[in-house]
Design a protein around this ligand. Structure first.
Ligand SMILES: [Zn+2]
Length: 362
């Protein structure tokens, strides 16, 4: 049965360096982020002879200092035995290299996320013609194209050097991590092969950015794969996570742990369907992506989030094309214009379910 509201059993987030227990042998730790989204949650899993950690924080001096406090305080000088990273984004993988090096501990990641993180941490020397074409097709001007090189460098600056080897996580695999066994559950859409950990006995899901309360994770088409359809994978993942018990305690990478998994997944499914409907209705007259951003977000977007906003808008348009609800053609200046082609447009878009945040870099 679906509850009608999310419940947050731990009202107060942990103070820096002071993890709090959320289940037997599972501890919630927070690190600061210098973003609009100002924190990330990490989880420490207890073992007899040390600890496992899920996600790491960004490679910042302040985060390393907070980690030192945890090593010497909460962890009682016991080592990290393994560093599990849900996905490649720098707030999650940022300090993986630093932690693995310090404890000579293995990095545990899915294959796609590991290689993506290694790739993005070292940007290409030049902006390729394909990348420029991608942004021209959206209608971005030369002033924006000139910023791409700087933008591509940003990722690596938030990461310590990646470990040169890793232990591969695969969907459905059982991991024995200290006191408990955890099942790896992959999601996709926010990043290519995002690992979550589910513990059936405890009823706990460490969900990373796959399921979060209060904010919607960014689901973007990016220049590296201009024809991608990540929203289809994202929605399919939500249906798979719906199979977990309704009373699962969801421990996400941002905001507070909660119960009400099925309700939250349904809210997210509804949110994306609603945004697609709104796009379809406005595309009765052909529109370019930049004209569609106010339809998607309904607010001013600053320079820092514009590529994520474009990527999110495209992910909705690409799924609509796959569903044969929208077609695109190149118009003036080689810019793509999107046009509704379905004959049954019902006028149902309500304006509900607008995203209250674009999830910055998460
Ligand atoms: Zn992320």
């Amino acid at each position: 049965m679906m509850t009608d509201s999310l419940q947050f059993p731990f009202p107060d987030p942990p103070a820096v360096g002071q993890p709090i227990a959320v289940a037997d042998g599972v501890y919630w730790l927070r690190m600061a982020l210098p973003l609009a989204l100002d924190h990330i949650n990490l989880y420490l899993l207890e073992a007899d002879d040390g600890w496992y950690v899920v996600d790491t924080g960004m490679a910042l001096d302040a985060t390393k200092e907070a980690w030192e406090q945890v090593f010497h305080g909460f962890m009682q000088g016991k080592p990290l035995l393994g560093v599990i990273v849900t996905h490649m984004h720098p707030d999650h993988v940022g300090l993986a290299g630093w932690l693995c090096e310090r404890f000579k501990a293995p990095l545990m990641m899915s294959q796609a996320e590991y290689f993506a993180a290694r790739c993005y941490s070292v940007p290409p020397a030049e902006v390729s013609w394909a990348t420029k074409d991608f942004f021209h097709s959206i209608g971005m001007d030369e002033a924006f194209i000139d910023t791409l090189k700087r933008r591509m460098r940003g990722f690596g600056a938030m990461m310590s050097p990646m470990p040169g080897s890793y232990q591969r996580l695969q969907d459905g695999e059982q991991l024995s991590l200290g006191k408990h066994n955890w099942r790896v559950m992959m999601g996709s859409g926010h990043s290519p092969e995002h690992a979550c950990l589910y513990n059936e006995a405890l009823g706990v899901l460490l969900s990373g950015d796959q399921v979060i309360a209060g904010i919607t994770s960014n689901v973007s088409v990016m220049a590296t794969e201009p024809e991608a359809n990540p929203l289809e994978a994202w929605l399919a993942s939500h249906h798979r996570f719906m199979q977990l018990p309704a009373d699962t305690l969801v421990c996400p990478a941002h905001n507070r742990p909660f119960t009400g998994l099925h309700l939250r997944l349904q809210q997210l499914l509804d949110h994306h369907e609603e945004r697609m409907l709104a796009l379809e209705e406005v595309c009765v007259e052909p529109k370019g992506v930049l004209e569609l951003l106010p339809v998607m977000f309904g607010r001013e977007l600053n320079e820092g989030v514009i590529t994520m906003a474009i990527g999110e808008c495209l992910s909705h348009l690409h799924l609509l094309m796959k569903r044969q609800r929208i077609a695109r053609e190149r118009g003036d200046g080689n810019v793509y214009r999107y046009r509704s082609i379905a004959s049954d447009l019902p006028g149902r878009a309500t304006g509900d379910h607008r995203p209250d945040n674009i999830n910055l870099m998460v």
